[in-house]
Design a protein around this ligand. Structure first.
Ligand code: C2O
Ligand code: CU
Ligand code: CU
Length: 559
């Protein structure tokens, strides 16, 4: 079903000498100025023989059957990995789970992934959070059919942190992730290695997802169809690392690094310890914070990662500790039209946002001490400088909302292949501020996305003042930008429902390097980012995977 609109020009993306699968390598000086990808469906189709990989992995997407609930078998998908080159800890399996593998690499490694698609539909893999070239980013236009192979070849440029990978075929991402396709991509580096953080069995990945099962115990996706898709999938049960067993047996006196990923399609969590003790967070999407941060609770939106510190020194044997979700009054925000009425359904069994439920149980076992510690100074990864932004006075604004009837849009537009609009083009080696807005910055007529876009889409009459449909249909949008890590400049909550804001306001981390943020209705945020190393097309989108699949996704182009 690939729509193949062919460009006649062949173009090359500047690659700073990094090999790119299948494309010729030209010295930068002679690489062509234009960087619109030719719809060269050849990208990634061939292996570059002289790419000298440190890590070489064959990754197959396959159909599987999994007993997620003990007595019934669900139809699932899974990535199956085998190592061609690497070290002892390059690959780790999660036994009994559809999820995985966990891939561990070092900064500076040259990585080749031979992605072989063996599921009966097209797919492509995206490396979420990684700073890679266009060809290696898993653009939906590069989907491969069942039976085909795509070669990723890139150098790991990111700092140490918890990144991840998942499918990215347009309109099918939500379902393929739901069926089990996702894994962690953990990067280590010297800065982090010099710290005495927990390693090995004390460094524990925790992927949180919600799922729904039918009366026979089989996994089902969007049972109520289109209406639930507008809202995004919400499940009635929490899985940890793909399993219903949510208990972790840990050692008294152990010091742990819990790497949390919210791998849910659309659900956010308000995480807290059931004891009321604060959470100690020391890392986010793009790696370590400069210093640890304590929060009474944490709002973890889809695709976000955090490093959570857990020291069991002062616990007793056989003690139980729980990570729980605390109620958030979000059901009604998405309500009115969204929840109860138009979009909901009486048969909806999803866990309500506004209720408390368990995420993870920690069973404290017998004592075993490890010599790890959490220093106060973790990293010195200086943030980008506001003064360096070329558009500080006039941030590039992206409005996430509904400006077409029953379609989630960004600046009134939806995804359209390689199409990129004028206000989505940025320059290599510049720093910019992006204002991502979910109905919060209501003076937007003056912004760069203004009325023109409305006219263009012919919706001017009905929704010309942006206060019509857009505001009635507000929902949180977890916004993600490909290819880079940004810093948060500011989070504006003036127009967030005061009850909601009061409930969540102490749960955000605005420090560090991030690639995904949770944008509440009425909120806008200014993000500062730098476009470096790679020209080409990259995606930015809502990481509510149902919204993304409906087209709440666009390209930006680095020229
Ligand atoms: Cu994790 Cu484009 O997404
Ligand atoms: Cu991404
Ligand atoms: Cu969304």
């Amino acid at each position: 079903m690939k729509e193949k609109t062919h460009c006649t020009r062949r173009n090359f993306v500047g690659t700073l000498g990094l090999a790119t699968g299948g494309l010729c390598l030209l010295p930068l000086a002679v690489s062509c100025k234009s960087d619109t990808p030719s719809k060269s469906i050849n990208a990634g189709k061939k292996m570059t023989e002289d790419f000298d990989a440190d890590v070489d992995i064959q990754l197959q997407a396959i159909q599987t059957k999994t007993n997620i609930l003990p007595d019934s078998t669900s139809d699932t998908y899974s990535y199956k990995a085998s190592q061609i080159k690497g070290t002892n800890d390059t690959l780790a399996k999660i036994e009994g789970s559809t999820l995985g593998p966990i891939i561990r690499v070092n900064k500076g490694d040259k990585v080749r992934i031979r992605f072989q698609n063996e599921i009966p539909e097209e797919s492509i893999i995206h490396w979420h959070g990684l700073h890679v070239s266009h060809e290696n980013d898993g653009h939906p236009e590069y989907v491969i059919d069942s039976g085909e192979t795509y070669f990723y070849e890139f150098e790991v440029l990111n700092r140490a942190g918890t990144y991840w990978f998942h499918p990215h075929p347009h309109r099918k991402t939500g379902e393929q992730v739901y069926k089990g396709l996702a894994g962690l991509f953990i990067v280590s580096d010297e800065e982090e290695g010099a710290l005495n953080l927990p390693t090995g069995d004390y460094d524990i990945p925790i992927v949180i997802q919600d799922r729904t099962f039918d009366e026979n115990g089989k996994l089902i996706y969007l049972p109520n169809g289109r209406m639930n898709q507008m809202r995004g999938f919400l499940g009635d049960e929490i899985l940890i690392n793909g399993k219903t067993n949510k208990t972790l047996s840990l050692n008294k006196d152990g010091k742990y690094r819990l790497r949390l990923l919210n791998g849910s399609n659309s659900r956010a969590y308000k995480l807290a310890w059931d004891t009321g003790e604060p959470l100690t967070i020391f890392g986010v999407d793009g790696g370590l914070l400069d210093s640890p941060k304590t929060l009474p609770y944490l709002i973890l939106g889809p695709a976000q990662r955090v490093d959570l510190w857990l020291d069991l020194s002062n616990r007793s044997e056989n003690e139980q500790l729980k990570l729980i979700h605390l109620p958030i009054p979000l059901d009604n925000i998405m309500g009115g039209m969204m929840g109860g009425g138009m979009m909901g359904s009486p048969s909806d069994t999803a866990l309500p946002y506004n209720s408390q439920f368990d995420i993870l149980n920690i069973a404290v076992g017998s004592s075993r001490n490890n010599e790890a510690s959490l220093p106060n100074s973790l990293s010195s990864s200086s943030a980008l400088n506001l003064a360096d932004a070329i558009n500080r006075a006039n941030p590039r604004t992206f409005n996430f909302g509904m400006e077409k009837m029953m379609e989630w849009t960004i600046n009134g537009r939806t995804y359209d292949g390689f199409e990129v609009a004028e206000d989505e083009i940025v320059k290599l080696n510049t720093t910019e501020i992006w204002r991502i807005n979910n109905g919060g910055n209501i003076n937007r007529e003056s912004q760069n996305s203004g009325g023109g876009m409305m006219g263009m889409h012919g919706n001017g009459g009905m929704m010309g003042n942006n206060q019509g449909m857009g505001n009635m249909m507000q929902m949180p949008h977890p916004v993600h930008i490909h290819q880079l890590q940004f810093n948060i400049v500011s989070r504006n909550s003036e127009n967030v429902n005061p009850n909601l804001w009061e409930n969540v306001k102490d749960g955000f981390i605005d420090e560090g390097w991030q690639d995904s943020v949770y944008l509440l209705p009425g909120m806008y945020m200014d993000l500062i980012m730098r476009f470096e190393d790679f020209k080409g097309l990259f995606l930015y989108h809502c990481h509510n995977l149902e919204h993304e699949d409906m087209g709440m996704m666009r390209n930006f182009k680095i020229v």
